[in-house]
Design a binder for this molecule. Structure first.
Ligand code: MRU
Length: 351
């Protein structure tokens, strides 16, 4: 891509530790935070140093691998108990993105799946799996991108909400992966990023990612999308997901539901790009998805600035649920499911 900078490294393994780009500092500063334990990794997930469902899953896998490295010389019972504790700490970091729990389950299976081996063997195997999950995430995002790119006409002006880009994954991104793949395929596609209050993932992260690669991007505030849709200035919406229920309901960043309703009102396709690991067949309905409520400070201001009236009550749900009926198609690495429902989603997992 024209003017492209090297791909951003959301997570990397350096000198036997996990390093995470600190997304709270972007776009002002590129700084990496080192994690040496599961507890440090969980804290980075909770405070959103790392965020985005697939990136959270990869970070959690590395968090458990770190803990296994730390404990590899302990007695077997202590090793197992330590890893159980670490897994519980990581599982408690954020509730909505199912990739976190999916990643912890895979790591647990790797821990238990090899018969009698030393702590060092198990730790090596867990680290190898964490590396593989990160590499696999990029491959999956490229497959999602290729399927999604086929849905976008050249010239499309695509609204995206939050950041479902390289920063939200191990690389390439899901929703932004669709944009990147469309551009790689020679299509002229431009992005409209809404700012995504209150954490500003659109203004800070999506805009930064797109600008770095010379992909045309225009920033709007969250309240502007209806107006632009009504004027014919948006051709498609592509967003990511934190958890898709078995009936096709989609939990994603707060404000997604509003965009989906507006898209339907204006006859604009609303696509959700996500890996199979974001689909939770054990959760029947969107209303069963745990929605994280975060602290009031994110709504009262940003960083050191505060603009709200002192003493005002605050609600800060971090996600909302878009009913399946508003989703034009779910774009996964295996297939595109139009009008997603339990049957269509079930077929994705058929052998
Ligand atoms: O609170 P965040 O920033 O972790 O929320 C992220 C989102 O809602 C993304 O859209 C979602 O995780 C998909 S990322 C590929």
């Amino acid at each position: 891509m024209k003017g492209a900078l090297p791909a951003v490294e959301t997570l990397r393994w350096r000198d036997e530790r996990l390093e995470l780009i600190d997304q709270r500092q972007l776009p002002d500063r590129i700084e990496y935070r080192a994690c040496h334990s599961a507890a440090e990794t969980a804290e980075c997930i909770r405070t959103m140093v790392v965020r985005g469902a697939p990136a959270i899953g990869c970070a959690a896998a590395y968090g458990l691998a770190l803990e296994a490295q730390r404990l590899r010389g302990s007695a077997p019972a202590e090793f197992a108990a330590g890893l159980d504790r670490a897994s519980a700490i990581l599982a408690g970091s954020r509730p909505t993105a199912v990739n976190l729990f999916w990643a912890l389950d895979r790591m647990r299976a790797a821990r238990d799946g090899g018969g009698d081996r030393s702590g060092a063997d198990i730790a090596a195997r867990m680290l190898a799996l964490a590396h593989e999950m990160a590499a696999e995430d990029v491959r999956i995002n490229r497959a999602i991108g290729a399927r999604g790119a086929a849905l976008l006409p050249s010239g499309a002006r695509v609204l995206t909400h939050c950041n479902a880009g390289a920063l939200a994954t191990a690389g390439h991104g899901t929703a932004l992966g669709v944009i990147r793949s469309a551009i790689e395929a020679g299509k002229q596609v431009s992005v409209i990023a809404d700012e995504t209050r209150p954490f500003l993932q659109g203004a800070r992260l999506t805009a930064w990612e797109m600008l770095r690669e010379g992909i045309p991007v225009t920033l709007i505030t969250d309240g502007m999308s209806g107006h632009l849709m009504s004027r014919g200035d948006i051709d498609a919406v592509v967003v990511g997901a934190d958890r898709v229920a078995a009936n096709g309901d989609v939990a994603n960043k707060i404000g997604t539901y509003m965009v989906a309703v507006l898209a339907r009102r204006h006859g604009i396709p609303f696509y959700v790009a996500c890996p199979l690991s974001t689909i939770d067949m054990n959760t029947a309905h969107g209303r069963d998805i745990a929605i994280e409520e975060r602290g009031p400070e994110e709504v009262l201001g940003f960083g050191a600035s505060r603009w709200a009236a002192d003493g005002v009550a605050v609600r800060n749900p971090a996600f909302d649920v878009t009913p399946a009926e508003l989703v034009t198609a779910l774009i996964t690495e295996r297939d595109v499911v139009f009008e997603p429902d339990s049957q269509g989603l079930g077929a994705l997992f058929a052998p």
